[in-house]
Design a binder for this molecule. Structure first.
Ligand code: TMP
Length: 197
C-alpha cells in the first residue's frame, strides 16, 4: 500500500495546490497526513533552502549535496517516524527533483546524483512519484519568478521535463506522469493512483 507520495514537476506545474488538495482528501477519509516540502520541512532543511534558493552562485555538486543533506534530515526526523506510525506522507518534491534538476538539467548524471542521495536516505523513498505534466510555456506563465533555481530559464525547464519523462520510462512502477486538467480532475487522478497502489 502506498503511504509516501511525492509530487513533482517543472517550476510552476501546480504541485503545491495538488499537494494541498490531495492531503485534504486523504484527511477526509480519516487518515493522518503529514505534508512536507523539499527543500525544507526541518530546521536544518529550511536553512539549507534559503542558502540554495536565495544564496549566490553555488558549484553544481555543492548544490546537489546540500539538497541531499536536507533530504537525509527530513527522512530521518520526519518521514520515517510518520510512516512508522501509519501516516500518509505527501511531499512537494523529493529525490526525483534532484535526479531531474541536478542529474539531468545540470548535467551531473542521474545515477551519480541518485547514489549520492541514497547514502543518506536509509531506504526511505517515495513509493509513488507523480509528475504533473504541464507544458513549459504554461508553467513559465504560472511561475513566481525570483528564486535562483526557478528562474534558470526555459532550457533548464525543458531539460528537467525531459529527465522526468526518462525516469517515468525507466521506473514505470514508481514514477507516473499525470496530465493536468482542472484542479479537481488532477487531484482525483492523483488520489486514484494513491488509493489503488
Ligand atoms: P519549489 O519551487 O518547488 O519550492 O522548489 C524550489 C526549487 O528548487 C525549484 O526550482 C526546484 C529546485 N530543486 C532542485 O533543483 N533540486 C531538488 O532536489 C529540489 C528538491 C528542488
Amino acid at each position: 500500500m502506498i503511504r509516501y507520495v511525492a509530487l513533482e514537476g517543472v517550476d510552476g506545474a501546480g504541485k503545491s495546490t495538488i499537494t494541498d488538495r490531495l492531503a485534504a482528501r486523504l484527511e477526509m477519509d480519516g487518515h493522518e497526513v503529514v505534508r512536507v516540502r523539499e527543500p525544507g520541512g526541518t530546521v536544518v532543511g529550511e536553512e539549507v533552502r534559503s542558502l540554495l534558493l536565495h544564496g549566490g552562485e553555488i558549484a553544481s555538486w555543492t548544490e546537489a549535496l546540500l539538497f541531499a543533506a536536507q533530504r537525509a534530515e527530513l527522512a530521518e526526523t520526519v518521514i520515517r517516524p510518520a510512516l512508522e506510525r501509519g501516516a500518509f506522507v505527501i511531499s512537494d518534491r523529493s529525490l526525483y527533483s534532484s535526479l531531474a534538476y541536478q542529474g539531468g538539467a545540470r548535467g551531473l548524471g542521474v545515477e551519480a546524483v541518485r547514489t549520492a542521495n541514497l547514502i543518506g536516505l536509509g531506504g526511505t523513498l517515495p513509493e509513488l512519484v507523480v509528475v504533473l505534466d504541464v507544458t513549459v510555456d504554461e508553467a513559465l506563465d504560472r511561475q513566481e519568478m525570483g528564486d535562483r533555481i526557478g528562474s534558470a530559464g526555459r532550457q533548464i525547464q525543458e531539460a528537467v521535463a525531459a529527465t522526468y519523462r526518462q525516469l517515468a520510462d525507466a521506473e514505470p512502477e514508481r514514477v507516473r506522469i499525470v496530465g493536468t486538467g482542472s484542479i479537481d480532475e488532477t487531484t482525483s487522478a492523483v488520489y486514484n493512483l494513491v488509493v489503488s497502489g
